[in-house]
Ligand binder design. Structure first.
Ligand code: MV4
Length: 666
């Protein structure tokens, strides 16, 4: 420090990202009166971030390697639009030191830390040696140059089992293995080496004492160019699945003043040790005894930064911009005041009941909740296509309250009131998590999801009332057509006071089955039978897709989007999609649900059934690899495999036929 700090005035920013984070950054930048420039891929034409910015530059085809990871094209776009600065958001190029350097060399301001700090925190072994030297608490372990099995065996003996084997270059849990006893060490080292080599291009490993059932607690840090370092408190991100965060909150439910001061100063020491600047996050494991250990440092703005914003009242993006143009931090450590509690839930386009299979397709309707203490950061819009090329996170729903329980109940309501119709989402999984006793009591550790959802999450099944509501809405939407299609005279000609008609038959299909329905119109009320159950459905106010109905005397609030023979329905955070089979086409419609198609583009890793084999609904039929994850393809109905239309090694497009399942009786 010491020397003069060069002040640069930033008046325009290019955002090298997409989705909700690009929108989030644009919002603040516009608020500061800055010109904003978006970049977008061919798949993101008309995407919200591209529309929201003052200018937008197309940078290449859909695959990230040809667009959002092309640093050359992004820098060219910045120069062509005369941008002063580039904000990388998170993911993509945000933690790429070569990019930070290239931006610098192009005479642009990188809104992020110095390239050197990114580099120093990128290697786990290197980072850990530095942290130990700086006096930051680390898990006892071995991060030596001697990579021989023997050296690891001796170190493990000293540390004491169980131990954790990790990739030195790694992050996010890849190449990580828990070893309970000495006899398992050699195998674990072999597997971790090959995983690390293929994932990170380096087979260097480190060893650590395993911390069992830890919490993931991270500290938000900030530094300016004048030598000021502060922390903004912690976030608890223990609710994760496969190293993907699902729910985050601030403060951590078990935090104390003393522990926060200790973790905060350790995090500031970590930032100082790498000469950090801007926003960063220092991750720790916190064990049941209250001891904490440095895990890694993320040298970017994080997805979950809004919970910190809500309890501090600060705008972290505005602070990043201020610091990047040489201003001093707007507060000192003593000024930090934490107010209330905030919880964030990540809304993903994925099916938690099918091994989190990513979902793609058109968004028929997006209606975010609003209200006191509720914030929704989204990067989606009605009519937009969710493509398989990018992260499946669609939006973040965040709620604040004076107390944790107020924040939690507000978040539950906000999730239930937010409707995303089209691709399957994890919305009801989020609601379920937030209502578990362990979560309510603030007891969730990193083991929470594995412990409480061992067999996975059970999908929402539409109840009779949901089906009856869908039927009534479809018929009510166009009464004349409903009656004509069913072979009745025009409803308007008939008049509603005449003798009751016999029920209109209706078949609604979902991806999980067929419902046979009979519906009668009794003036303002639809009488709907679903199987053996009878529902009186009175449709009330319908404004902008919101529907209030009384079903058998109970008031139900739903959001509905009808397009032709399809209806998407969101009831209390549970989303259903029904397709109305045309009269006389019931058999076809039923048969078609036995056609198993690729739910997304992917590689066929395995076909698990043979022609002629009997299968039950839910049985695994095949394994498809997409977005580096393997997904089981399950039988939609009971039956017999009548055709196998894909083989191991095939690269399929979304919708390609994989397997045919016929009637078991055939
Ligand atoms: C650990 C650990 C227990 N002991 N290290 C997982 C991701 C990577 N960033 C570090 N991780 C862990 N390292 C020791 N010595 C447990 C985890 C861990 C974890 C950490 C943070 C959040 C979620 C997690 C889920 C499983 C395991």
């Amino acid at each position: 420090m010491g020397g003069a700090v060069s002040a640069v005035a930033i008046s325009s920013i290019l955002i090298a990202n997409r989705g909700e984070i690009a929108c989030r950054i644009i919002r603040t930048a516009r608020g500061l009166g800055l010109r904003t420039i978006a970049v977008y891929s061919e798949a993101d034409r008309g995407a919200p971030h591209a529309v929201m910015a003052d200018e937008a530059v197309m940078i290449g085809p859909a695959p990230v390697g040809e667009s959002y990871l092309r640093s050359d094209r992004i820098i060219e776009a910045a120069q062509a639009t005369r941008a002063d600065a580039i904000h990388p958001g998170y993911g993509f190029l945000s933690e790429n030191e070569a990019f930070a350097e290239a931006v610098d060399n192009a005479g642009l301001v990188f809104i992020g830390p110095p390239a050197k700090a990114i580099y120093l925190m990128g290697n786990k072994a290197e980072a850990k040696r530095r942290m130990l030297a700086a006096g930051v608490p680390c898990v006892p372990g071995y991060e030596g140059d001697d990579q021989d099995d023997l050296a690891f065996a001796e170190a493990a003996q000293d540390i004491g089992y169980p131990v954790m084997v990790k990739a030195a270059a790694g992050g996010g849990g890849r190449g990580m293995r828990l070893v309970d006893e000495a006899g398992e060490l050699a195998d674990a080292l072999g597997l971790a080496r090959s995983e690390a080599a293929s994932a990170f291009g380096s087979d260097e490993l480190i060893l650590e004492k395993a911390v069992l059932r830890p919490r993931h607690v991270e500290i938000q840090v900030f530094a300016d160019k004048h030598g000021n370092f502060i922390h903004l408190g912690e976030r608890d991100c223990s609710v994760q699945r496969r190293h993907q965060k699902v729910i985050e909150e601030a403060p951590c439910p078990v935090m104390t003043e003393d522990l926060r001061a200790a973790m905060g100063s350790a995090a500031v020491d970590a930032a100082k040790a790498v000469d950090y600047r801007g926003a960063g996050t220092v991750e720790f494991l916190l064990d049941a005894a209250g001891d904490f250990y440095f895990l890694e440092m993320n040298t970017r703005l994080q997805v979950e930064h809004p919970v910190t914003e809500m309890i501090t009242g600060l705008d972290l993006v505005a602070m990043q911009i201020a610091v990047a143009q040489g201003e001093e931090l707007p507060l000192r450590q003593d000024d930090l005041k934490l107010n209330g509690h905030a919880i964030e839930a990540r809304l993903y386009a994925e099916d938690p009941s099918r091994d989190y299979l990513p979902a793609t397709g058109r968004i028929d309707l997006w209606r975010p909740a609003a209200g006191e203490g509720v914030r929704v950061d989204a990067g989606v819009a009605t009519g937009m296509e969710v493509s398989p090329y990018y992260d499946p996170m669609l939006a973040k729903v965040i709620a604040w309250g004076e107390t944790r329980d107020v924040a939690r109940t507000r978040l539950v309501r906000a999730l239930k009131e937010s409707a995303l119709l089209g691709p399957t989402t994890n919305s009801s999984f989020l609601v379920d998590i937030l209502q578990r006793d362990a979560f309510i009591h603030g007891e969730a550790t990193t083991a929470f999801l594995d412990e409480f959802y061992t067999g996975g999450f059970v999908a929402d099944e539409p109840g009779g009332a949901d089906v009856a509501l869908a039927a009534a809405l479809l018929l009510d939407d166009d009464r004349d057509a409903a009656f004509a299609a069913a072979g009745y005279v025009s409803a308007t000609q008939l008049g509603w006071s005449s003798a009751p008609l016999s029920p209109i038959p209706l078949h609604l299909t979902t991806d999980r089955g067929v419902f046979d329905i009979g519906a009668e119109c009794l003036g303002a009320v639809w009488s709907v039978t679903v199987g053996d159950d009878l529902f009186a459905v009175a449709l009330g106010q319908r404004t902008d897709h919101a529907v209030r109905a009384r079903i058998n005397g109970r008031t139900i609030d739903a959001v509905a989007a009808i397009s032709g023979s399809d209806i998407g329905l969101s009831v209390s955070g549970k989303c259903f999609r029904f397709h109305r089979a045309r009269p006389g086409m019931e058999d076809d419609a039923a048969g078609s649900s036995g056609r198993v198609v690729a739910p997304m583009p992917g590689l066929v890793v395995d076909i698990l059934v043979k022609k002629g084999q009997k299968v039950a609904r839910g049985d695994a039929l095949a394994v498809l690899e997409a977005m580096k994850m393997q997904h089981q393809i399950a039988a939609p109905i009971d039956g017999v495999v009548t055709g196998i239309d894909a083989s191991k090694g095939d690269q399929l497009a979304s919708g390609d036929l994989m397997i045919d399942i016929g009637d078991a009786a055939e």
